[in-house]
Design a protein. Structure first.
Lengths: 740, 188
């Protein structure tokens, strides 16, 4: 069979998906009244309610939800009282699941790209056609270039089935953009220091803590249900909060001290705090001697970073630095520095996270009430997977500390872009991630890579922009209409296994990921990848854990015994690091050719008249995933993003509150859409702030299109952390172009 | 016979993060039409950089004991329900908006179907022994449903020793919503 490579596919036009292929409001109404017959509790009376316990997919926190179904339709979603991460409570996004399942813009049918008269269009296809074409193309690319020419980019919990399918097919290139800029540095920074990750939920005993320091993380704006519950409980019990942030965040509004630190100087600040702890003998000497290595090397690095020197760098007075360090030590061990989230800002994210880990280690708060704690996982036996050939390590990430254990991802997403540009990767399988607005190399570089791909498959629920570049679009049903793999790998106070189960049956011609992956596996002649049905697979796993699918379906969770969080007197601690101790100086960093202790590196300043772009989020939205959710976007505070500008900066540029401007970055890129100016005292004069995830380009996202400005478009400058391959993009600066 | 209820709320603004979970929960619980809401959040910041203060609040009908909406309603649609709440009988309401003008808290809107609507304190849930949708969803437990007729009122326990206020008391409305000020120190 001939490859079509080099003919009609080397120029990848963007296709506007015709609304004929989307759900539409007419299609929506036909769904009302259909009931799902698979999950017991058949509807008795006319308005009898069925409650289905499952877990959320609006963010990685994955809280337990209860979907309330009446007349075959989910009319509300509440927090599951059985699930330890929700305790009956829920953030706005969780409630907003109804806006996702009933989004009239949903993808309704499989689509295949066709070329007619020099123009690309989509045609509605049957599942068999779409799966056959996908399997053929993947097979041909593998035959011609080898399995290393195929990569899967993913985000969201349904990807596991596709990963199993690909592993069995010999494909081992898996990447998720969120590793690059969010969880990567935090994960690796903690592993290098403590031998275990910071965790989700974070291992900070915050509700029992007396003093917690945050560096730029935005609790309350990032609504991680359990964490917000625990911080609130902490405040009621007397928790004191300190926030270092160039912006007066909602969390800063709860703090006894807001310190508007100059962006990019956190490492200098934390070194100065270490300097005070050591100089003034405030650190826990016994703990450090018994449980850490590298103290002398650390001291040699931080001894010069006095509070006076740090004050010049960070723009925070030396007495405030001393005061925070002293109070931190005085409340220790019931005190902690929070690891934060979205931790890659510059090229030094891993070392910045290590600074946080080191500050905690110096005060000896490990496994102490109110300090750093290590939660346990539910002992769920491994999935009964089939034996695959050893991972081909030579195709893994080129970054030495990208990962050092059996990885769930084998490379950074920007490596997929670079290998595509170098013609090493020919096919992308994109699951639930809107690549142009997500990959950290910025929009332009990503679109260039997309243009080079020979074959692109997109699995999604909505016509996100990436689906317009796909050769085949496979419409998945939402998390409320399907089973996924068990959520069983996460440590928490109460170890748990959670079940995702359908509350209603799949709408339109959409299918669950587990079924799509099975169809592909069958077509590719891969045997034994999956059990006969997903229910059988889940039942097997749960039976191995002493329960069953039938049992867990009732509450959506299987609970273990609460974790014993605290250290016993005299308990000897061990850590899974090379030295078996907490590594203040990291031996792995040293071996890989990097500084073993965190160094402060000066980051570039904004050009005259430009301001550093800081980003964050709104509590009711998860970036692209909720961008088109009408229910969540209905509130005036959700509808668009603003650019926050200090009043003095506004005066200098003649900006008034509420006016619309375009943003122009240091490379001359001008935002496609205008953005509203918010003049506020809540931000420093050298930075501006905008919420990420707005300004969508794709018109078929009827709601999201053109609302606010895209942050990703304004990324022209990126720095890669050479140790782990994470990408920082905080060295981008903008100025304002007033509307004519 | 059980003692008569006198419902209200104690709202702890120290912990509220203005996430709007209450607003969305209310909308889906009560089928509030698109473009309208029965509760809303306010984020207020005072001061000048870098000395700033913030208070976050989830606001709604204050279920006043002396409610101007009831006084000025010409049809008796707005009424005291006898459990501390103020309710609107939508079948008696003509949509004249006298109550909208009278309410000092701007808590009411005209439903697209022509009647006036507002927070009912989830009366249908209270009757089933459930908390309101906003209280039960609130991740920070800023929102607390209380019965002021409870002998050992949880309300007193929550408010003791703290700076607590009510909104627009000068209007003489005697509102049933109490606010724990954000200026209280943690653990106060």
């Amino acid at each position: 069979m001939n490859m079509s490579h080099g003919q009609d596919m080397n120029r990848r036009d963007f296709i506007k998906i015709s609304s004929l292929f989307l759900a539409g409001s007419a299609a929506m109404s036909t769904q009302i009244g259909r009931t799902f017959s698979g999950t017991g509790n058949a509807l008795a009376g006319e308005h009898a309610e069925k409650v289905v316990h499952s877990f959320c997919e609006h963010c990685f926190w994955r809280c337990g939800i209860a979907a309330h179904v009446r007349d075959g339709r989910i009319y509300k979603i509440t927090g599951s009282e059985h699930h330890p991460l929700s305790n009956g409570k829920l953030c706005p996004r969780g409630t907003g699941g109804i806006g996702q399942i009933y989004d009239p813009d949903r993808l309704a049918h499989p689509l295949i790209r066709e070329r007619k008269g020099g123009q690309s269009t989509y045609r509605k296809a049957t599942w068999d056609e779409a799966i056959t074409l996908t399997a053929e193309k993947l097979y041909q690319i593998k035959e011609k270039y080898g399995p290393q020419a195929i990569a899967m980019l993913h985000h969201g919990y349904g990807y596991t089935f596709f990963k199993e399918m690909f592993k069995s097919f010999g494909v081992n290139k898996f990447a998720k953009p969120s590793f690059d800029f969010c969880c990567g540095p935090r994960h690796q920074g903690y592993i290098l220091t403590y031998g275990h990750s910071a965790g989700t939920p974070e291992g900070i005993d915050i509700q029992n803590s007396k003093y917690v320091i945050f560096f730029g993380t935005h609790y309350g704006e990032n609504m991680h249900n359990t964490a917000v519950q625990e911080i609130s409980e902490g405040i009621r019990r007397g928790l004191k909060i300190v926030v270092f942030d160039p912006r007066f965040s909602t969390l800063a509004g709860k703090a006894e001290k807001w310190l508007p630190i100059k962006a990019g100087t956190d490492i200098a600040m934390m070194q100065a705090m270490m300097n005070v702890l050591i100089t003034e003998n405030l650190y826990d000497k016994q703990f450090v001697e018994e449980n850490t290595v590298g103290f002398d090397e650390l001291w040699a690095e931080v001894r010069e970073m006095t509070p006076e020197k740090a004050a010049e760098i960070t723009d925070i007075p030396a007495e405030d630095i001393r005061d925070v360090a002293r109070r931190f030590a005085s409340f220790a061990p019931s005190a902690a520095v929070h690891p934060g989230r979205r931790t890659q800002w510059y090229a030094d994210g891993t070392q910045r996270v290590r600074c946080i880990a080191i500050l905690n280690a110096l005060v000896g708060n490990y496994k102490m009430p109110g300090g750093v704690v290590k939660y346990e996982k539910y002992k769920l036996p491994k999935a009964p997977h089939h034996h695959y050939p050893e991972f081909e390590k030579e195709i893994w990430s080129q970054y030495p500390l990208f990962t050092d254990i059996k990885p769930s991802n084998t490379m950074a997403s920007h490596e997929v872009m670079q290998q595509t540009m170098n013609d090493e990767i020919k096919a992308w399988f994109v699951y639930g991630v809107n690549v142009p607005e997500t990959v950290t190399l910025g929009r332009k570089a990503t679109l260039e890579a997309i243009d080079k791909v020979d074959f692109l498959v997109a699995v999604d629920t909505l016509p996100m922009e990436v689906t317009g570049y796909a050769d085949v679009v496979l419409p998945e049903c939402t998390y409320l209409e399907r089973y996924d793999d068990l959520d069983g790998g996460r440590p928490y106070r109460t170890p748990f296994v959670a079940l995702r189960q359908p509350a209603v049956e799949p709408m339109f011609d959409s299918k669950p990921g587990n079924e799509i992956a099975r169809m592909l596996a069958d077509k590719l002649d891969l045997h034994g990848v999956f059990e006969d049905s997903v229910e059988e697979y889940l039942d097997k796993r749960l039976k191995a854990a002493g329960s069953s699918l039938e049992e867990v379906k009732k509450t959506g969770v299987l609970l273990g015994e609460p974790t014993d969080l605290y250290r016993k007197p005299g308990e000897k601690l061990t850590f899974k690091t090379p030295s078996g101790k907490i590594e203040l100086a990291s031996s792995k960093m040293r071996e890989a050719g990097f500084s073993a202790v965190p160094k402060y590196i000066k980051h570039p300043e904004a050009p005259e008249g430009y301001y550093r772009i800081l980003t964050g989020r709104k509590p009711m939205l998860t970036f692209g995933r909720t961008a088109n959710n009408r229910f969540l976007n209905e509130l005036p505070t959700a509808r668009e993003n603003d650019i926050w500008v200090n009043p003095e900066v506004a005066k200098q540029h003649g900006l008034t509150h509420g006016e619309y401007v375009h943003l122009k970055n240091q490379a001359g890129v001008v935002s496609e859409f205008p953005i509203r100016v918010k003049v506020t005292e809540r931000i420093r004069k050298d930075a501006v702030y905008m919420v990420h995830g707005y300004g969508h380009y794709f018109k078929k996202l009827n709601w999201a299109y053109k609302r606010g400005a895209s942050h990703n478009q304004l990324i022209s400058q990126t720095e890669i952390d050479k140790a782990i391959g994470a990408v920082g993009f905080q060295n981008n600066f903008v100025t304002f172009i007033k509307e004519a | 016979m059980a003692k008569q209820k006198n419902y209200g709320m104690v709202i702890d603004t120290r912990v509220c993060v203005a996430c709007s979970a209450c607003v969305y929960a209310c909308k889906s619980e009560n089928g509030v039409p698109e473009g309208y809401c029965r509760d809303w959040v306010v984020q207020e910041t005072e001061g000048a950089y870098p000395k700033l203060r913030m208070e976050n609040r989830s606001e709604r009908c204050q279920h006043c004991e002396n409610a101007p909406c009831v006084t000025y309603c010409p049809t008796g649609a707005s009424h005291y329900a006898g459990d501390g709440t103020v309710q609107v009988n939508r079948y008696r309401c003509t949509g004249c908006k006298a109550c909208l003008a009278a309410c000092p808290y701007d808590a009411r809107y005209v439903h697209p179907e022509g009647y006036v609507d507002k927070c009912s304190l989830c009366k249908h849930r209270l009757e089933q022994g459930l908390e309101t949708a906003c209280v039960s969803v609130c991740p920070t437990t800023s929102l607390n449903l209380v019965d002021f007729n409870e002998p050992e009122a949880k309300a007193d326990e929550m408010m003791n020793g703290k700076e607590v206020y009510r909104q627009k008391e000068h209007a003489g409305t005697n509102p049933s919503l109490y606010w724990i000020s954000a200026s209280n120190k943690p653990g106060a």
